[in-house]
Write a protein that binds this ligand. Sequence first.
Ligand SMILES: C[S@@+](CC[C@H](N)C(=O)[O-])C[C@H]1O[C@@H](n2cnc3c(N)ncnc32)[C@H](O)[C@@H]1O
Length: 377
Amino acid sequence: MRKADSSQFRPAGVADGKLELVSFREDGEHVIEGILKVGGTDNWFPILQGVPSFLTGPLRPDLQDFCGRHGLALPADAPAASTKLEQAKTNETFSDKWRRFKTYGLQPEHEDFLFGWYCKKFALPDREALKAFYRDRERVLEVGPGSGFNTRFIAQNCKGHVTALDISDAAFTTFGNTSALLNCTTVQADLMDAPFADGTFDFIIADGVLHHTPDTKAAVNALYRKLRPGGQFFFYVYRKMGAARQFCDAMIREHFTKLTPEECYAACEGLTVLGRELSKLNATITLDTPIPVLGIPAGTHDVQRLIYYNFVKCFWNDSFDFETNNMVNFDWYHPHNAWQHTQEEVAGWLEELGVTTYQFNDSNPNGISVLLTKPKV
Ligand SMILES: C[S@@+](CC[C@H](N)C(=O)[O-])C[C@H]1O[C@@H](n2cnc3c(N)ncnc32)[C@H](O)[C@@H]1O
């Protein structure tokens, strides 16, 4: 975190928003270890590995060693809601994942797939149009950046400042991958308590994130408050799928969410091999009529995709190595919170918020891509 960055934070419960920066260790322009003291109180937030952390209660990183080294007493906590405990379990999945896959999306062979997919999510024709989409943004918030590959892309292509916010150890991976960019800040926080004033950002993106919180709709509402009038908000959430896929998912999750990350990676390998071998077939079948009970439309289907979308997650993509493909399957089956929604449900949330300008972009059968604009008045 650069010293000047501390002025942008407004954590909830900090009366006049004043935070005093105390630096313990620096590396160039970044404070690597320090605290942000809350004016007029004994409370403080740590800066760990270059990242200010605004997590409290069961979500807070272990600070015993940090407090010991700097002669600090742990800040007092209010009793934690049960939803925070559920979120803490979900964080175990993602902290582990983003400590292992630090370069996901940053390798050239990943970029075509991932940025091609962003073009679909925003209904844009190509990567140049994607760059143009970001060009005039002034205050961008990426929520749940994972490795930070997209945060880096946005920061490289917009004229303003990009803030990345993640609740898990992904925040440290994102910082590692973006700290050289002058227009980029990373924070560790729960998106439900994002430490920014309402109406701060002109673009917010949360790709594959909100369904991993205790309540997807509450997550949409919490981030919408941080958007300025006229600003845009993109989010992608899991879509409720057909009966067979739902049945398999529920059964597999029942087992896999109880495994350690290590055990779950091993347990996913069979699914990943299935995806790879089906993919090798390079075969299609044509269905003249749809199968509504399974959610399968009529038409020509690639066999691997047909099974993947409608029966069991067995992701395979030739541009990823085996471990990365396996991680995509792990990412589906291990998180404690992983809600699925219908487009009608999401449209209802937007109506309640008074959003009239929005589009659902067709990006893949398993997800709902939403790009909305907040009304100006
Ligand atoms: C599936 S990963 C998606 C990462 C990235 N957007 C991508 O598409 O590769 C979900 C990310 O959301 C983060 N996340 C989950 N719940 C969160 C919350 N309540 N607040 C902030 N981040 C959260 C996780 O830590 C994780 O890094």
